[in-house]
Design a protein around this ligand. Structure first.
Ligand code: KG4
Ligand code: ZN
Length: 339
């Protein structure tokens, strides 16, 4: 029987809703981004984000249903992100999903946002997209996470490596701010780095003691900030594209180096990418090339499915639906929900 899940995502500054058929097919994927509102402040203001979610959510959900040409009655379930994320924004999605689930008499499914990012890899978005199933290895890189995990099953993950300090996305955002690119930093560094020389400045690659595969980005971040400060003190201009490209190269080298070593050790055949930083052009190209050279199948969601969206939440929810892993009306937002 056809399975149709309406998924809602509101953990940060995107109000998103999507209808997913049978866990893989995207019937609609509506994303209302608040980037323009928050960029004035240099980052996401949680209260403003929550208020905008309240204003937008009904329209976003209605549009997702309309675009998919699916009525509420036809749905198999309503899914929602309940963490991790900002508590106010999360609560808007959770409350809306609970109300819809009870009014429409449809089961409610709670999805961990990070499980959603990983599950974006199950979606068939473009013709020729390869279909992957667990087990596989995955680099999960977002604004709050930098992990290499094994997806042992659709809802079972084991962490093999983590960051000791900043997440990769956080480093992109901080460096972007320091070189005057503003918020959101990742896509801006990605774009301007194309105009720069990535070998102009050699920034350090961190060595993490005690673990072979863990990451650290605070040393790289300090090195870039020190470089900028020392230039400013000498009244010398910095070349923004060169700094962006050299930082990006150091960050991507650090990420991909560990990924390939772990992939060769665990030999699961498939390596996937997930999370907002997975939208980074250099990271995608570098890992794709390294996987090709080493005979590893590489999977990466389309750029739109790497950053926050609700389609990925629907993909994760499908496997919970099959297991009848439903939430009840006591469901709450959990801002620090673990991977
Ligand atoms: O997954 P995401 O949209 O939200 C979280 O769950 O955190 O990730 C957001 C992060 C931000 O740090 C943003 O700067 C980064 O992903 N990001 C990028 C790119 N697009 C988004 N970083 C590097 N290159 C990009 N193209
Ligand atoms: Zn995210």
């Amino acid at each position: 029987m056809e399975n149709l899940i309406l998924a809602i995502e509101s953990s940060c500054d995107e109000t998103a809703a999507s209808v997913i058929r049978n866990g893989r097919i995207i019937l609609s994927n509506i994303i209302n981004s608040q980037i323009d509102i928050h960029s004035v402040y240099g980052g996401v203001v949680p209260e403003i984000a929550a208020r905008n979610h309240v204003e937008n959510i009904a329209q976003v959900v209605d549009l997702a249903l309309k675009k998919a040409d699916v009525s509420v009655n036809e749905l198999s379930a309503v899914a929602v992100t309940n963490g991790p994320g900002l508590v106010g924004p999360l609560l808007v999605g959770v409350s809306y999903a609970k109300a819809l689930s009870i009014a429409a008499k449809k089961p409610l499914i709670a999805v961990n946002h990070m499980h959603g990012h990983i599950s974006a890899n199950y979606l068939i978005d473009n013709e020729g997209d390869i279909e992957i199933n667990p087990p596989f290895l995955c680099l999960v890189v977002s604004g709050g996470h930098t992990n290499i995990i094994i997806a042992e099953d659709y809802d079972k993950y084991r962490i093999l490596a983590r960051t000791r300090d900043d997440a990769a996305g956080e480093a992109f955002d901080k460096i972007a701010r320091a070189i005057g690119l503003g918020y959101p930093g990742g896509p801006k560094i990605d774009k301007i780095a194309r105009l720069g020389n990535e070998n102009a400045i050699i920034f350090p690659r961190a060595k993490v003691s005690g673990s072979e595969y863990d990451f650290s980005f605070s040393g790289l971040k300090s090195a870039v900030l020190n470089y900028i400060n020392s230039r400013e003190m000498k009244n010398e201009e910095i070349n923004v594209p060169d700094v962006a490209a050299s930082f990006q190269k150091a960050a991507v080298d650090a990420l991909s180096h560990n990924c390939i070593r772990i992939a060769l050790k665990h030999n699961l055949g498939t390596f996937a990418l997930a999370g907002g930083v997975a939208a980074n052009t250099k990271l995608r190209n570098t890992l794709k090339e390294l996987c090709l050279q080493n005979g590893i199948r590489f999977k990466c969601p389309s750029m739109l499915l790497c950053t926050d969206n609700a389609a990925m939440i629907g993909a994760a929810a499908y496997h919970k639906f099959l297991k009848k892993d439903f939430a009840d009306m006591s469901l709450n937002a959990v801002p620090n929900l673990e991977l």
